[in-house]
Design a protein around this ligand. Structure first.
Ligand code: NAP
Ligand code: NAG
Ligand code: NAG
Length: 345
């Protein structure tokens, strides 16, 4: 079944004219590259965030999605180094097991494991949560890190546009299914934490619920930005619900910066070539890119603090649109329906 996403990449209601094509396909590309250039400049000119020495976290448990490589790998590795029991949730068993082996070897922490979780499949997400719960572990940190960027137009197993489905809706479902465990595990001294990896691209994102039936031009850049905006809206509304019911759980969103990883494997070839030549010079390394995720996951500076957007280890403002409470609520309600999740809220 193809589910016609209310919030799909139909930014501009209308028809497939050249003008519309320019607006809905070219504009998101330009805006994304503009934002990326801005961030790269800021990274090059500014001081980079140095992760402070963090205290041991023995006895705590973390799940990191997409921890098999890139930013997620270094996040998982650092948390393991601090003594946490780390579970890498990913869709590539080979990569995942190799990451587990390397992390165990480097950190001498044996409590590192891989759990299969394909975020493009709700069934797989539910299976993963079931397998995790069968272990009877607590859960203190959930890092919603996995993501895809500017992939060609395709749909998830459940019929959602790929970026929206994997980056956003998959994590929406995963988080909600794990919320009871997070609630049980958080305490006054250490609130359980949901850390969600967004991106500066969210500043260019839009959510459009209105033009349900119109044909649309697919914009991979627009779709990526939309998914990253959705993650920020989700984080703020989740925090709102957690505060309301007095849970010892916090939710924050982070922006890793522009980081030299495989995320760029689907971008336009010439851009990939430029990145290949200049990436190690101009972009952050994956380990550096993980710093804000790690910091937000365990730093005492953020104890009990939620509903924030962090860049370079500092709380900063996200897009104006992300603070729109009506939009947050609407997205949450729609997401519950899309993920066939019926939670009281
Ligand atoms: N790199 C940057 O400049 C940058 C900037 C802003 C935000 N971010 C965000 O940072 C996060 C990590 O990205 P990265 O740069 O480290 O890229 P990456 O190296 O490509 O890592 C992405 C991870 O997500 C996993 N993943 C993709 N599809 C999945 C699925 N269906 N189910 C489960 N896991 C899946 C990937 O696994 P497979 O490849 O094996 O499928 C991989 O482990 C992403 O959310 C990204 O949007 C990155
Ligand atoms: C897993 O990743 C490896 C390389 O990192 C790749 O060769 C392999 O095809 C991937 N497997 C699946 C099932 O995607
Ligand atoms: C965001 O809102 C603030 C205050 O309401 C305003 O000053 C600013 O110009 C807005 N930014 C954008 C990009 O709309």
């Amino acid at each position: 079944m193809i589910y016609h996403l209310p919030s799909s990449i139909r930014f501009i209601p209308g028809y497939n004219t050249a003008g519309m094509w320019l607006l809905s396909v070219i504009l998101p590309v330009l805006r994304n590259y503009y934002i990326a250039m801005e961030v790269i400049l800021k990274q090059l000119l500014g001081r980079s965030f140095l992760l402070p020495v963090l205290s041991r976290q023995d006895g705590k448990v973390a799940i990191v999605t997409g921890g098999g490589k890139g930013i997620g790998y270094h996040t998982a590795k650092h948390l393991a180094k601090l003594g946490m029991h780390v579970i890498i949730a990913g869709n590539n068993e080979t990569d995942g097991n190799e990451a587990v082996r390397k992390i165990q070897q480097d950190t001498l922490n044996k409590k590192v494991e891989f759990l299969f979780c394909d975020l493009a499949s709700m069934k797989s997400i539910r299976n993963c949560v079931q397998n995790f719960k069968a272990k009877n572990l607590d859960l203190h940190v959930l890092v919603n890190n996995a993501g895809v960027m500017v992939v060609p137009e395709q749909r998830t197993e459940d019929g959602f546009e790929q970026h929206f489905g994997v980056n956003y809706l998959g994590h929406f479902l995963l988080t909600n299914l794990l919320l009871d465990t997070l609630r049980k595990s958080g305490t006054n001294d250490f609130n359980a934490r949901v850390v969600t990896v967004s991106s500066a691209t969210h500043f260019t994102g839009n959510l459009n619920f209105d033009d349900l039936q119109s044909r649309h031009c697919y914009s991979a850049h627009g779709a990526y930005a939309q998914s990253k905006l959705a993650l920020v809206l989700f984080t703020y509304y989740l925090q709102h619900l957690l505060t309301e019911d007095g849970s010892h759980v916090t939710a924050n969103a982070v922006d890793p910066g522009v980081v030299n990883t495989d995320l760029y494997k689907h971008v336009w070839y010439p851009i990939r070539f430029v990145k290949w030549i200049t990436g190690s010079l101009l972009l952050k390394g994956a380990e550096e890119g993980a710093a804000t995720s790690i910091y937000t996951s365990v730093s005492p500076d953020l104890e009990g603090i939620g509903g924030c957007y962090l860049y370079n280890g500092e709380r900063t403002k996200s897009a104006n649109l992300s603070y729109n409470e009506e939009l947050q609520k609407k997205l949450w309600t729609e997401s519950c329906k899309m993920a066939a999740l019926f939670v009281s809220s």
